[in-house]
Ligand binder design. Structure first.
Ligand code: ADP
Ligand code: MG
Length: 380
């Protein structure tokens, strides 16, 4: 069958504001020129259809929207822009790409260097953040970046590649949790950035380290999970105001979700398959428990991935999932498995709140000033 997609674009568009009550889920269908094996179609009533061999089977999934034949610019505007605006207002945010290898996760998250138009979510988010920093003159906004890779349950700092060299002993990065601070990675390097250019060059450095690292270990870079994080702090320019807001924006490119058969695999391939299957299975279990509103009983600590993302899967976070799928019906089994995961994610609640903190030094200065004023009043 060579049926082509007649009704692309979106199903039901939910609230596009930063303060959502449910995790938002989009499916992005990778364009294809291969019509020989049928295509995945998106119908206006929210159904995805497989037009394989002239037979039409259809499945319904609850999603925010379907991104088919849409530009990188539109993907950014619909998927990420509200989350970036929320992060600048003090709400944690996470945008995550999930799907089988080759379906377009890295293209969606980082984009292609072939043309400016093909920039992905991360460079566009950096551009928007620094534009807003210039615009919001009543606030002093600071931005720090970190870039973490999780490969075979090992944490790798993509912005500090020397950590494992003989000159410097491994720094033992660990996922930690502290009240008031939430989840963080001990010893992951944080880099202050003051401009879009500086941020882009760090992103580029991280990407290069990801490629160099995977070549050095003779592995495919899609075998690891990557978390690029913007740590944003915003303080009022009024010096007496001790309050400030702080947020984290996580941009996550997950490892390929296809179930890798263990039979016939050995050595490194088998080890990778085991780790990826384990981390993605625990991610699915965490999502199931969260969708059931059992946040207190979620086994987040079972893998580095779920532990590192504990704060980022719904809860106090604007969370958006992009499920990347192939356009060809030949991949229908993996596509359905990706969409089942995505529709479970849609049931997870998100209750973001502004992360407000008090700067103790400023608070003390403010109180000292008040005491001074009271003393002066009493002595009159
Ligand atoms: P993944 O990270 O999921 O393994 P990639 O993002 O690396 O997949 O995509 C595989 C290939 O397909 C890349 O060459 C990428 O440029 C291309 N590609 C993916 N999605 C799109 C798209 N929406 N438009 C154009 N090319 C795409
Ligand atoms: Mg990839």
């Amino acid at each position: 069958c060579s049926k082509t997609s007649t009704v692309p674009r979106c199903v039901s568009d939910g609230a596009d504001t930063a303060q959502r009550r449910e995790v938002s889920v989009f499916v992005r269908i990778r364009p294809t020129a291969n019509f020989a094996h049928g295509l995945i179609e998106c119908l206006p009533d929210g159904k995805l259809q497989d037009s394989k061999k002239g037979q039409l089977s259809s499945w319904s999934f609850r999603l925010e929207g379907v991104l088919q034949d849409v530009s990188q610019e539109e993907v950014y505007a619909r998927v990420c822009q509200p989350v970036v605006q929320g992060a600048l207002d003090g709400y944690n945010g996470t945008v995550m790409c999930f799907g089988q290898t080759g379906a377009g996760k890295t293209y969606t998250m980082t984009g292609s260097t072939e043309s400016y138009k093909q920039r992905g979510i991360i460079p566009r988010a950096l551009q928007e953040v620094f534009r807003e920093v210039e615009k919001r003159t009543e606030h002093s906004i600071s931005v720090h970046l970190s870039y973490l890779e999780i490969y075979n349950e090992t944490l790798v700092d993509l912005l500090s590649p020397l950590q494992d060299s003989p000159q410097r002993p491994p720094r033992g990065m660990v996922v930690m949790e502290e009240p008031g601070r939430g989840v963080f990675i001990r010893d992951l390097s944080l880099h202050p950035v003051h401009s879009e250019e500086a941020a882009l060059s760090l992103l580029f450095e991280g990407e290069m380290n990801r490629i160099i690292g995977s070549h050095a270990m003779n592995r495919n870079s899609s075998r690891s999970h990557c978390i690029f994080t913007l740590h944003i702090e915003s303080r009022s320019q009024i010096l007496s105001d001790a309050k400030y807001i702080a947020s984290k924006l996580n941009l996550v490119d997950l490892a390929g979700s296809e179930r890798l058969g263990k039979t016939g695999s050995e050595g490194q391939i088998l080890k990778e398959a085991t780790y990826i299957n384990k981390s993605l299975s625990f991610l699915e279990q965490a999502i199931l428990a969260l969708a059931d509103h059992r946040r207190d009983h979620v086994p987040f600590r079972q893998t580095k991935l779920t532990h590192a993302l504990k704060d980022s899967l719904g809860g106090n976070c604007n969370t958006v999932l992009v499920a990347n799928v192939y356009g060809e019906a030949a991949h229908i089994e993996e596509t359905l498995s990706t969409l089942r995961f995505a529709s479970r994610m849609k049931c997870v609640r998100s209750d973001p709140a502004v992360n407000e903190h008090i700067d103790p030094a400023l608070q003390i200065r403010k109180l000292q000033k008040e005491v001074q004023m009271l003393k002066e009043e009493l002595s009159i």
